[in-house]
Each structure stands twice: as structure tokens, then as C-alpha cells.
Design a protein around this ligand. Structure first.
Ligand code: MN
Length: 361
């Protein structure tokens, strides 16, 4: 189930709620006491920053996976803070451990968040606000290195954010990614309606996707259709990257939005009308595109208006994919025009930390 903790933070009394939510998320993810303490610290810092520096904002906590698409099934709690505040003038200085601003007595702040989190990234623009993403994973995964020390050898990262209508506990939206060799698939699913019944459909899709990782997108959708027959159905978008060929193929049924940036230009990838699990179209078109080092793929549910404007920041793609997703989600709505449904955004992007020569031959 897409369990979501979505906490509006307008004053300091909500900071405790953010911390309690982070601890509950860690408990749900099965994280150890150390990771839970880290999550509580990060949640408190980010919540406090919203009150002190941003004039309020929102913290969204999801259970997800590390951005590294080779790190499968590592339990992971993601804490995202979003605000429309004044932004941070000097991000590099603010991220230094122990940095403090005149108006802050807490001091440690963002530098600490970055140091203690498994993955941390922040996007801030003066006048537009700040998005910070922290992911907490177990200190040591069984038999392996710390997840933060794993560098993607294939050079592709995936991530996103899921929210729910009216801060409900479950979102009917979900995203997931699976890998089968060179074939990396990102799926975004929107269960019909919202709430628990919608979440049942999206959960069934996530489970079936795991079993179908080696199939092409249109075949995957057919399998999902069979798997979702017992549910109320869903809209599903599936993007599959062939890392070796540098090709991205996309197929979608129902109202899933998709935009691909290639060579600085955004183009829509269109889904076909229908409902996976209920009314499957006779043919599902497959759209193929080139995937280049500056490519950026955004999938989103209809909780976002279809006419959202992609962020103009050309360096956005160098950010953590969940940061990109959260910026898109934040800027698609506003206080005057709140989103009217469960809403989710998932992003696929080349990993700028990867030296192309290091990529798996
Ligand atoms: Mn929807």
C-alpha cells in the first residue's frame, strides 16, 4: 500500500508531528533504531527550517527505494520538505556542517541532514522556494556495503513523490521501478478514484510489475490488466529504458501524463484511453525515443493539471530524481489552487555522478 504521511507545517507545533510521522514510517519500513533516530533528526531539522526560514511548507514522507536503480529492495524512508519561501541565497554555504544563519539558533541544519542521511539533495531558487529530499536506509544492508557507498554503474537514477487527497493515509497512486539486466522500467499507476480501494489496485500493479520485469511495455500492460481484474482498475504508464541501446519506450493506458526532455526540448508522451483491469484497448501504441545524457523523463498522475509547465532550470536534471519530482509537484499546485486528487510524480534520469567510462561494459 502506498502509505503517505503528508504534514502541513505552518507553525512549530507541527514539527513534532513531522518527527512522529518519520518514526512511524521507519517502523513501517522495518528500519533499525539507529536509522529511526536519524530520520527523526532529519525530520525535525527540515520541519524547523520550514517554520523559521520559509514561512511554512509541507513535509511528505513516503516508503520508497534508493535512487540508485541497482539497489533493489533496500528498505528506505524518504522525507521531502517543500516550500514556496524566499529560497536560500547560498546553498553551498547552507549545506556546510554547522552553518547557521543570523535568524536561526538551531545551527546544525542542512549540513547535518546531508551528513546523516543515506541520500540527500536540495533545490532552492531565490523567490521560488526550496525542496529538500532525504532518504534513510539501514546503516548496513545484509551482506553488502552501505547503500550510500554504492555508485550506480549503469548511470540511471529513478525516484519520485506520492501524495494523497486531503492528507489521507493511503494514496491510490504509486510508482515503482524494476530492472531486468539492461532493461530498466519505471511505472506510474493511478488507481481509479482515491483512498483504500484505489490503493488496492495500485498495489496489485506494483506487485505484478515485479513478476514482469523482463517483458516489453505493451506486454507488461497486458499482464497488469489481467492482474488488476479483481480491483477497480487503474491508469498505468510504463517507461522502459534500454540502457545499452540508449532507447526509451513508453506505453500508457488511461490518464497518465508523461513528458520527456531531449536536447533541451520537452515533448509529451501520450497515453491511450482505457482502464487497466477493466477496459483494455485493442492496441496500445508504443512510443520510442532516443535517451541521451541530458534526457529527463517525468511521469505523473492526473492529480497534476495536464498543462503544468516544466521547470526552466536547465540544471534540474543534475538533481536527485525525487527532488525533480517534488519541484514539479510543488509548482503544479498552489495554496489558491490545491491539487484535487491523489498526486504523484516519478522521474527517470541519467546519473550525473557516473563517469561514462565506469559504466558496466
Ligand atoms: Mn487520479
Amino acid at each position: 500500500m502506498s502509505r503517505v504521511w503528508d504534514i502541513p507545517v505552518q507553525d512549530s507545533t507541527r514539527v513534532r508531528d513531522v518527527r512522529v510521522a518519520a518514526e512511524a514510517a521507519c517502523d513501517r519500513a522495518g528500519l533499525d533504531a539507529h536509522a529511526t533516530a536519524v530520520a527523526a533528526l532529519v525530520a525535525t531539522e527540515l520541519g524547523t527550517n520550514l517554520v523559521k526560514h520559509a514561512g511554512g511548507g509541507r513535509v511528505v514522507i513516503n516508503l520508497t527505494a534508493p535512487a540508485d536503480t541497482l539497489a533493489a529492495d533496500v528498505p528506505c524512508v524518504q522525507i521531502v520538505s517543500l516550500d514556496h519561501g524566499p529560497g536560500i541565497d547560498n546553498v553551498a554555504a547552507a549545506m556546510r556542517d554547522g552553518h547557521t544563519t543570523a535568524s536561526s539558533s538551531l545551527g546544525a541544519g542542512l549540513g547535518t541532514c546531508r551528513r546523516v542521511s543515506s541520500e540527500f539533495d536540495l533545490h532552492s531558487r531565490p523567490g521560488r522556494g526550496t525542496v529538500a529530499v532525504a532518504r534513510i536506509t539501514p546503516a548496513r544492508s545484509p551482506g553488502g556495503p552501505r547503500p550510500r557507498e554504492v555508485r550506480s554503474r549503469t548511470g540511471t537514477r529513478a525516484g519520485g513523490i506520492t501524495t494523497s487527497l486531503a492528507h489521507a493515509e493511503h494514496s491510490g497512486d504509486a510508482f515503482s521501478r524494476v530492472r531486468s539486466g539492461r532493461r530498466l522500467t519505471l511505472m506510474l499507476v493511478d488507481g481509479l478514484g482515491h483512498g483504500d480501494k484505489a490503493a488496492e489496485a495500485s498495489t496489485a500493479a506494483v506487485e505484478e510489475l515485479r513478476r514482469s520485469a523482463d517483458l516489453p511495455p505493451t506486454e507488461m500492460l497486458r499482464r497488469l490488466h489481467a492482474a488488476l481484474r479483481a480491483t477497480r482498475g487503474a491508469a498505468v504508464g510504463v517507461a522502459q529504458l534500454d540502457e545499452e541501446a540508449g532507447r526509451l519506450s513508453f506505453a500508457g493506458v488511461g490518464n497518465i501524463g508523461a513528458r520527456l526532455r531531449t536536447d533541451g526540448e520537452w515533448q509529451p508522451l501520450v497515453s491511450h484511453p482505457g482502464i487497466v483491469g477493466a477496459h483494455f484497448p485493442a492496441t496500445v501504441p508504443l512510443r520510442e525515443s532516443a535517451w541521451t545524457p541530458d534526457s529527463l523523463l517525468v511521469l505523473h498522475s492526473d492529480g497534476l493539471p495536464s498543462r503544468w509547465v516544466p521547470p526552466a532550470d536547465p540544471r534540474l536534471g543534475t538533481h536527485d530524481p525525487a527532488v525533480v519530482a517534488a519541484v514539479v509537484l510543488r509548482d503544479a499546485g498552489s495554496a489558491a489552487r490545491p491539487l484535487r486528487d491523489d498526486a504523484s510524480v516519478a522521474v527517470l534520469a541519467p546519473d550525473p555522478r557516473t563517469d561514462p567510462h565506469d559504466r558496466t561494459p
